[in-house]
Design a protein around this ligand. Sequence first.
Ligand SMILES: [Zn+2]
Length: 290
Amino acid sequence: MAILRVGPVEIARVEELRIPNTISYFTSDETLIERNRSWLAPHFLNEDNRFDLVFQSFVFEVEGKVVLVDPCTGNGKPHPVPQFDMLDVPWLERLDAAGYRREDIDIVMCTHLHHDHCGWNTMLRDGRWVPTFPNARYVMSRTEIERWDPRRPGHHPVSYNVDVFERSVLPVIEAGLVEVHDGSLHLGECLEVLPAPGHTLGHCWLQVMADDACALFSGDTFHHPLQLVDPTMQFGGGDDLALATASRQRLIELAALRDALIIPAHLPWPHGLKVRLEHGHPVFTAGSGT
Ligand SMILES: [Zn+2]
């Protein structure tokens, strides 16, 4: 079931849903698109300039711990966007098919607390939202928790994330399962949380290092790889667009330095990409292993 490979670490993928998208939401720069078509095609960009935004989680075992990254939107949760509203998706069954039961998960890493990155934190039982992964440490940034807590003065709500804190975050905090960090956290020899603010104020990456191989789970730092070719390219909203641009730039530098496989949250097959610097200029390739 492994889809991606980082040294000895096999990474499985648990898909929730996919939504067709078009590159015109990102850029109208035909020259830029054509210059990059050869490495983007066919899955990151088809001949109609379309691609799928995939909503998926990643799960893997390292140092004897089972790690789940970005647990999607979850079932039975109201949402203003129809594609996410009151989902009834066999995501837990797919997790099972990938070889993991929900009781097996030791670490849940939410890169940020948008609805599609923390939804399966909880599930509905007898009318209450309860932790889906009863044996897990849920790893979350303090800045991110404070950003989305509607009880805080000056809270800035966004329509697509209303009630997400109450349904998908507060129940795991109240169950005592959340490990709060200040942007950086070592979760073991191989696992490190790194701050990457912008898309949201407390957005983070998860770095996996094993046998000199490296993967960077980059969450929503970018939604399409062209945003790394031009880090100023925005998609949708975000908490701080200047910080988001800076984080994309930093991701390129770090991934090139470490020869890392970048694994963003929403990329279709082959789900990852690599970057190397040639005469100081980044050169990208699509891939699923390192
Ligand atoms: Zn997302």
